[in-house]
Write a protein that binds this ligand. Structure first.
Ligand code: MF3
Ligand code: CO
Length: 253
């Protein structure tokens, strides 16, 4: 069941999304060689709590024997998603991906960013740039009357045209009343499939793009997802709402 959101609800989702944006901005400023991923996680958590919101990933899923233990998913180099913050120190040239969900008053926003630590890693910079472009190419199709897989297809085409591959085991999702809602938003597939996009649909579009092959490995911690071939991966995600005037991105301001 796809839960459409009304204007009032979208305002509340925007509030949560804005806090996710603020957390990303604070972390971006703090990223430098030598900082640990746990320190970055704390910066994100502090921003979220200071704004009266809740770090949705911490303790998720409820009742699990192995819930996610932190605020931010922080994934480095060949880690694609769901990396657990730790005492690992970031190094010059690392590719770091940060995924943050916050909820306030029962409304959720979700966004991910990838960065090169320090600078001077053109290979990683190009992967990040193309991953961001995949998001924008995808949401060009996020217009009323299109179908979900029109987004998916555009993401896949742009990644593969650039010599990269798309992770298939994880996907975007509806968001807003919960962290994960219907519909799923794959990053690959034929166009013209899946639910039709309607006004008031709120979705997280989140290309996960590998430099090498698309295959993944699941880590022993029960969370971290790696590229099978050890190549770099990047992740870029925003929460968007489908409107009569096209897609509106909620997690960029
Ligand atoms: N931002 C992630 C997503 O897009 C949230 C999963 S992190 C978890 O699905 F730890 F909460 F699982
Ligand atoms: Co998401």
């Amino acid at each position: 069941m796809i839960a459409l959101k009304n204007e009032k609800e979208i305002k509340k989702i925007k509030e949560a999304s804005h806090i996710v944006f603020l957390a990303h901005e604070a972390i971006k400023k703090a990223i430098r060689p030598g900082i640990t991923t746990r320190e970055l996680d704390k910066i994100g958590e502090d921003v979220i709590r200071a704004n009266g919101a809740n770090p949705s990933c911490k303790g998720y899923p409820q009742g699990s024997k192995n819930p996610f233990p932190a605020t931010c998913c922080i994934s480095v180099n060949d880690e694609i998603i769901h990396g657990i913050p730790s005492d690992r120190k970031l190094q010059e040239g690392d590719l770091v991906s940060i995924d943050i969900v916050a909820d306030k008053d029962g409304y959720f926003g979700d966004a991910a960013r990838s960065y090169v630590v320090g600078g001077n890693n053109p290979e990683a910079e190009r992967l990040i740039k193309v991953t961001e472009e995949c998001f924008w190419e995808g949401i060009k199709n996020a217009v009323i009357g299109n179908r979900i897989s029109d987004i998916s297809h555009a993401v896949q085409m742009h990644a593969e045209k650039n010599g990269y591959s798309v992770v298939r085991e994880y996907q975007g999702h509806g968001v807003g009343f919960e962290m994960h809602e219907d519909p799923g938003v794959p990053n690959f597939g034929k166009p013209g499939r899946g639910p039709r996009l309607q006004e008031g649909m709120v979705i997280a579009v989140e290309p996960m793009i590998n430099e090498g092959e698309r295959y993944i490995l699941e880590g022993d911690d029960g969370w971290t997802v790696y590229t099978e071939d050890g190549s770099l991966a990047a992740h870029y995600e925003n929460t968007i709402v489908i409107t009569k005037d096209g897609p509106k991105v909620l997690t960029m301001d």
